[in-house]
Design a protein around this ligand. Structure first.
Ligand code: NAD
Length: 233
């Protein structure tokens, strides 16, 4: 069965994606050859993006975060656009993403479970007032609320738990899907990567440039660029 035939055969597709879904929009991923983890920093990105580092080295955290994680000029690519179309046509029930860039929503997707939060939500740790990503980008040093409290991005840092409701929604969507499309993820960040194991439906396909630990468990594996593959359908 071709990928197109599988998609035509299904009406509750769930897309599970990661940083590789946004590389074609110009946002670097973490683990590719040109990803952020291969660039040389005096402190590794996985340390900078941890809760411990956020609270102990807040200024350095924000330097890295503004420089590398806030890509506010990026536009949705062919993958984001195709998924939004499938949702409109009633073929796709949800996007489950590990990304924090908000590009699925920019493309028009409505049902998006953001397992690791979003750069577009930021809040004061003291009074809970919300701030935009633009506010963070244009602030200097450590951003503070008008009440004096520290502002934190609503992203899940290493060492922080995932949001219960988001996990529940994502797992339910995957467990009730008739097709699972996994794409642009190394499937190495847990617990998120483990959620694909809740899938019990008809067809599963993995679209990823590099191999993943889940390649052997899917009906079809395509080692190509996800935007190009989805655009061709
Ligand atoms: P990862 O960097 O570990 O892996 C990305 C995978 O995508 C790699 O296996 C690579 O081969 C593949 N890939 C890259 N470009 C691709 C393309 N065009 N088509 C198909 N495959 C492609 O990413 P991950 O598994 O998502 O885990 C990293 C964590 O980093 C996530 O938790 C995420 O929150 C965070 N992150 C998010 C963004 C973002 O929001 N855009 C960017 C970087 C990192």
């Amino acid at each position: 069965m071709t990928l197109k035939e599988m998609i035509n055969d299904c009406s509750r597709i769930v897309f599970f994606g990661g940083a590789g879904v946004s590389t074609e929009s110009g946002i670097p991923d973490f683990r590719s050859a040109d990803g952020l983890y291969r660039q040389k920093y005096s402190v590794p990105p996985e340390v900078i993006l941890s809760a411990d580092y956020f609270y102990s080295h807040t200024e350095e955290f924000y330097q890295f975060y503004r420089d590398k994680m806030l890509c506010l000029d990026a536009k949705p690519n062919a993958a984001h656009i195709k998924l939004a179309e499938w949702e409109k046509e009633g073929k796709l029930s949800a996007v489950v993403t590990q990304n924090i860039d908000g590009l699925h929503q920019s493309a028009g997707s409505k049902k998006v479970f953001e397992l690791h939060g979003s750069v577009h939500r930021n809040y004061c740790l003291k009074c809970k007032k919300e701030y935009s990503a633009e506010f963070i980008l244009n602030s200097e040093g450590v951003p503070h609320c008008e009440c004096g409290g520290l502002i934190k991005p609503d992203v899940v840092l290493y060492g922080e738990p995932l949001d219960d409701n988001t996990v529940q929604g994502a797992v339910n969507a995957i467990a009730n899907a008739d097709m699972l499309v996994i794409a642009g993820t190394s499937l190495s960040v847990y617990p998120a990567a483990g959620f694909v194991r809740y899938f019990r439906g008809k067809h599963s396909v993995l679209i990823n440039r590099d191999e993943t630990p889940y390649d052997g468990a899917c009906e079809a594996v395509i080692h190509s660029k996800v935007g190009e593959v989805l655009e061709s359908l």
